[in-house]
Design a protein around this ligand. Structure first.
Ligand code: ZN
Length: 217
C-alpha cells in the first residue's frame, strides 16, 4: 500500500481546519516508539525538522512519539505501539546552489507500509529520492534554512500518512488530508495540510484505548 504523488496544480486550496473541540487537551498521551533507520548521507537538519513536525502532528492525534534506533532498542520507554520507519536514500537538498533534478513523474511512490494477508504491519519506508525530486524544483528558490524546514515538514507529512495506516490497521484512504491516497506538491509544501476530522477522531479514539490498556509504571 504505497503513498503516491499525483500531479496537481501547486497552490490548491485545502480546507482541513482541525475542529478545536476535538483536541484531547489535558488527557494523557499514548507512547508511540518510532524506530528510524536513515541513510548515512542523510543531512541532519531536515531529519530533525521531520521529527519535530511528526511529533507535533501525532501529538494532536493523541500520541507522544519517542524516537529510537532499531539497533539499540529503547529500554524502559512507556510505549504502547511501535513502528519501524526506514528513510531510503537522501531526504533533503545540499546547501548553496542546487542543480534542480528532473521532477518526479506523476505516480512516483513516496512511501509504503508492509501489508501481509491484508494485515498492516508496523514497517514503513519513505522513498527519499522521489520525495526530494518532487519538492526540489520549488525549494531551489528558497534559502537553505527554509529548504530544510519545508523538506522536513514534507517528510513528516509522508511519514504520518504511513503511521495513520499502522496505528489504525487500515488500508483505507480518505478524500482529504493526510489520509489521502496521493499527495500533490502543494500537499507536501503548503502551510496547512493536516488530518481530516474523521481520521483525527479515529486516531484519538485508538490512542485512548491503547492508553487505558497500558499498565501504569
Ligand atoms: Zn496510504
Amino acid at each position: 500500500m504505497g503513498l503516491r504523488h499525483v500531479s496537481v496544480g501547486f497552490g490548491s486550496v485545502q480546507a482541513l481546519h482541525t475542529d478545536p473541540s476535538l483536541f484531547r487537551t489535558g488527557l494523557p498521551l499514548t507512547g508511540l516508539a518510532v524506530y528510524l533507520t536513515v541513510d548515512p548521507a542523510q543531512p541532519p537538519t531536515p531529519l530533525e525538522n521531520m521529527k519535530r513536525e511528526l511529533s507535533g502532528m501525532m501529538q494532536a492525534a493523541g500520541y507522544r512519539v519517542v524516537y529510537g534506533d532499531p539497533r539499540a532498542p529503547l529500554r524502559n520507554a512507556a510505549v504502547s505501539a511501535l513502528v519501524v520507519m526506514d528513510l531510503r536514500g537522501r531526504c533533503g537538498m545540499p546547501a548553496g546552489n542546487y542543480r534542480v533534478e528532473p521532477s518526479a513523474t506523476s505516480g512516483a511512490d513516496l512511501a509504503e507500509t508492509a501489508v501481509s494477508n491484508g494485515v498492516v504491519l508496523p514497517f514503513s519506508h519513505i522513498n527519499c529520492g522521489n520525495l526530494t525530486r518532487l519538492v526540489s524544483p520549488v525549494l531551489a528558490e528558497e534559502v537553505a534554512t527554509r529548504r530544510d524546514f519545508l523538506c522536513g515538514r514534507a517528510m513528516a507529512r509522508v511519514a504520518v500518512h504511513e503511521l495513520y495506516h499502522v496505528m489504525l490497521g487500515s488500508l483505507k484512504h480518505r478524500r482529504e488530508g493526510i489520509a489521502k491516497p496521493s499527495f500533490s506538491v502543494a500537499d507536501l509544501l503548503d502551510e496547512y495540510f493536516d488530518f481530516d476530522c474523521v481520521t483525527l477522531a479515529l486516531l484519538r479514539q485508538r490512542a485512548g484505548q491503547a492508553e487505558s490498556t497500558t499498565p501504569r509504571q
